[in-house]
Design a protein around this ligand. Structure first.
Ligand code: ADP
Length: 543
């Protein structure tokens, strides 16, 4: 019975041990049992798979075969320590083929029947080490990034500081230049004034020539000073428009007069087209508008040897109180090379250094003009073909000036004057529908009676039908033009006491047109587009 009980309990122990051994044998980590001098006594499946030996071979090895032999002393110490208690460390284990892998070892000393053994659990930490290395690499990369960021931050701060200082220096330079140019301008004006006075005195031919040269150079110098003054004002942020009411017609008249003179002296043809319906009473900076137009026109003349200059003024857009105009200046000059097109608006830049000898100028005009155009809510741009010519466009916005009320019913005339005007009759001869409408509207508002003829023949017919006090006569008309019509009228007047006043209405004209009109028997002329006051004044001069 007793025996039977003992048998059963042995069996149970044996069974338990078998379960235990199976578990150890199949464990996920390497498990090795060493004798006290390091010989391998027992290994599990994982150990056999990990070291590349078969079980028999592995059981003939000892701890030193798994470790680096050079570390004999260390291995011995670790073995001794493990025998007496337990020890944990990381090391390298070697396979049969000489390759190695990192491991974490947990060894514990055990005693069975008074004999000491060491049981080691060995964990392959290849992946952990790899992960740790990757993490370390990432960490160092991160540190490098932080360092770069810091360096960039410092650089940026330094750059900001340098930029601030450069801006300050630049502003100081611009202010200095502005002050200098301003200071020099005053005596320059004195010099130019004295030159003009000297010209009025009695001079011999040599002296006259010298004085002309002096005059030319000092005006050139004044021009340069003005440009430098403008550009420095723009750069130091002190450039402002001087906005006030002005009359565009007056500016255009003056510009075209100057353009005509300059073109005549270079034997260039000029053409100009001005939209009929432009309101001339505007609010804006007339000086700066004039400056941009003169610059574009001067360039066109300067860079054109033969051919023509065309000046156009177009109404682009208008609202109740605003007007946007597009001015354009076209030439048949040297044009602009492709490679220079991007630089043309840069300061102090001219197309070709040889041109600077041939053509005077500073290379500032277009830079200033573009800034002015921007201040006027407009722009400047161009099209150009080398050796064919260029066209520069300039747009600007203006306010309409309603204080000049051209819709005043009586146009400043007293009732008496209006009553008198009603007794006078005017013949308007004009083939262009729009121009005719404008002329009729004005004449009507001035109180005169009027009739319209669309060519010379019609005019002569109407003259036969009844008397007129004055004729407003267009020059270019089909059938019979203004000159020929006038000639016929004057011929008919020969031998009579009659002389009807004829006022020519010409398109903007070349120099000498006035003389031609008078020669052809006309009494006066006005140029289109005319404003209401000009027409009123010229009519009132004669009736
Ligand atoms: P500037 O006329 O004083 O030299 P600008 O700024 O007005 O200065 O013009 C810069 C340069 O652009 C000129 O020197 C010239 O080379 C070129 N340019 C301007 N207008 C014309 C044009 N109509 N035809 C050809 N080149 C032109």
């Amino acid at each position: 019975m007793n025996n039977g009980t003992n048998d059963n309990s042995y069996k149970k122990i044996y069974n338990d041990l078998q379960i235990y051994e199976t578990a150890l044998h199949n464990a996920n980590d390497i498990i090795i049992l060493f004798s006290s001098d390091g010989n391998i006594l027992k290994v599990n499946k994982k150990a056999i798979n990990s070291y590349g030996y078969n079980e028999e071979e592995l059981l003939s090895k000892n701890i030193f075969d798994l470790r680096n032999r050079e570390k004999l002393e260390l291995v011995n110490t670790q073995l001794e320590k493990a025998k007496l208690g337990e020890i944990e460390f990381e090391t390298i284990h070697y396979r049969k083929d000489g390759s190695s892998f990192p491991v974490e070892v947990k060894s514990i000393g055990i005693e069975i029947n008074n004999e000491r053994f060491v049981l080691s659990i060995v964990i392959d930490i290849t992946n952990r080490i790899k992960n740790e290395e990757e993490i370390r690499e990432l960490a160092s990369l991160y540190e490098e990034l932080i360092a770069i960021e810091e360096e960039l931050r410092i650089n940026y701060q330094e750059l900001e500081k340098a930029k601030e200082e450069a801006d300050k220096a630049n502003k100081a330079k611009s202010e200095f230049l502005a002050n200098m140019s301003h200071e020099i301008r005053t005596p320059m004006n004195g010099i130019i004034g004295v030159i003009d006075l000297l010209k009025l005195t009695k001079l011999n031919n040599n002296q006259k020539d010298y004085l002309d040269m002096l005059s030319h150079s000092s005006r050139l110098l004044l021009g340069i000073l003005n440009s430098v003054l403008d550009i420095s004002k723009i750069e130091s942020g002190k450039f402002q428009l001087n906005i006030k009411p002005f009359n565009l017609k007056k500016i255009l008249d003056r510009i075209i007069k100057e353009l005509s003179i300059a073109c005549n002296s270079k034997k260039l043809e000029i053409f100009y087209y001005i939209d009929s319906y432009i309101n001339f009473d505007l609010i804006g900076d007339e000086i700066r508008l004039n400056q941009v137009l003169i610059n574009l026109i001067n360039n066109a003349i300067k860079f054109t040897v033969k051919g023509q200059i065309v000046f156009r003024v177009k109404k682009l857009y208008s609202t109740n109180n605003k007007l946007i105009l597009e001015f354009s200046v076209q030439d048949t000059g040297i044009g602009i090379k492709e490679e220079f097109k991007n630089d043309i608006f840069k300061k102090f830049v001219q197309q070709d250094m040889t041109y600077t000898k041939k053509y005077d100028g500073t290379g500032l005009g277009l830079a200033i003009s573009r800034d002015i155009a921007k201040l006027m809510n407009g722009d400047i741009w161009f099209d150009s073909i080398e050796n064919k010519g260029s066209i520069f466009y300039f747009t600007a916005e203006f306010l309409l000036d309603y204080t000049k009320d051209t819709h005043d019913e009586n146009l400043g005339l007293s009732d008496k004057e209006m009553a008198r005007n009603k007794t006078k009759k005017i013949l308007i001869v004009e083939d262009n529908e729009i121009n005719m409408k404008i002329a009729c509207e004005i004449v009507n508002r001035l109180g005169y009676k009027f009739q319209c003829a669309y060519n010379g023949k019609q005019a002569l017919q109407l003259l036969k039908e009844g008397p007129f006090d004055l004729i407003l006569m267009d020059i270019q008309m089909p059938e019979l033009n203004g000159y020929d019509t006038t000639k016929i009228i004057r011929k008919d007047e020969i031998g009579t006491q009659k002389h009807i006043n004829i006022i020519a209405m010409t398109a903007y004209s070349m120099n000498g047109d006035r003389e031609t009109c008078i020669e052809m028997g006309m009494d006066d002329y006005i140029s289109k587009p005319f404003d209401i006051n000009t027409l009123k004044n010229v009519i009132m001069k004669f009736i």
